[in-house]
Write a protein that binds this ligand. Structure first.
Ligand code: MN
Length: 229
């Protein structure tokens, strides 16, 4: 088959300590999945079922990159998150079988144009222009389950220019990894290659041109990106 325009290559993430890559399909993000973060955004975490939004796969930025500062926004925010890489698709996945669908884990940033997202919330409009913009999903290499198992507790933190801004523990997730996979797979059919950004702990805040972000998840990895001046 001849393509009318250049065929778009699927974005890939490196697989840690191997020559393989992990081709990225869709990126689902869980909203307000840590109680303290839900509170800082003005919500009661106890009453809300999980909800999801998306980013395009080509929003991925590799670990170590320098990122052009995004257009339009005056309030770019960082959200450090553990990323779940789906290795086996499925629909209506029971909680007790959910971990069998995971290929591995990575460390990601759900970069957010908070001013645009805030405007969308206020107007009852979709969040995409606040969440799904160019370079909005920096992500490390994927570490396979065979290497690290399934991290359910351990520190998750972010430093801006060497200073800790976000700090939490994976065990504080309101909806843990099996829960979110099961829940999401009731809404859509998951496919191998899909990523799930699992939510961010408290302490989200602004990022300025020239800032350096360093994120960490125990056992999963370290992510460093810088913003151009
Ligand atoms: Mn997020």
């Amino acid at each position: 088959m001849k393509h009318a325009i250049d065929f778009r290559l699927t974005p890939v993430l490196p697989v840690a300590e191997s020559n393989e890559t992990f081709p990225v399909g869709r990126i689902y993000c869980v909203g307000r999945n840590y109680a303290e973060h839900a509170r800082e955004m003005g919500h009661d975490p106890e009453r809300e079922p999980p909800f999801f939004f998306m980013k395009p796969a080509d929003a991925i930025v590799r670990n170590g990159a320098t990122i052009p500062f995004p257009r339009v926004t005056r309030d770019l925010h960082h959200e450090i998150e553990m990323v779940v890489a789906i290795g086996k698709g499925g629909a209506e996945i029971p909680v007790e079988k959910a971990l069998g669908h995971v290929y591995g884990y990575a460390v990601g940033l759900d970069m957010t144009r908070r001013d645009i997202q805030g405007e969308a919330k206020k107007m009852g409009r979709p969040w995409e222009m606040g969440k799904a913009f160019d370079n909005s999903a920096p992500c490390t290499a994927v570490k396979p389950v065979s290497m690290i198992g399934h991290p359910a507790k351990g520190a998750i933190w972010l430093k801006v220019n060497g200073k800790v801004t976000q700090k939490g523990d994976l065990s504080e997730m309101i909806w843990n990894v099996p829960d979110m996979i099961s829940y999401l797979s009731k809404l859509i059919t998951l496919r191998a290659g899909d990523l799930i950004m699992s939510g961010t702990p408290a302490g989200v805040g602004p990022v300025k041109p020239g800032d350096r972000l360093e994120g960490h998840v125990d056992g999963v990895g370290d992510l460093t990106v810088s913003y151009a001046k």
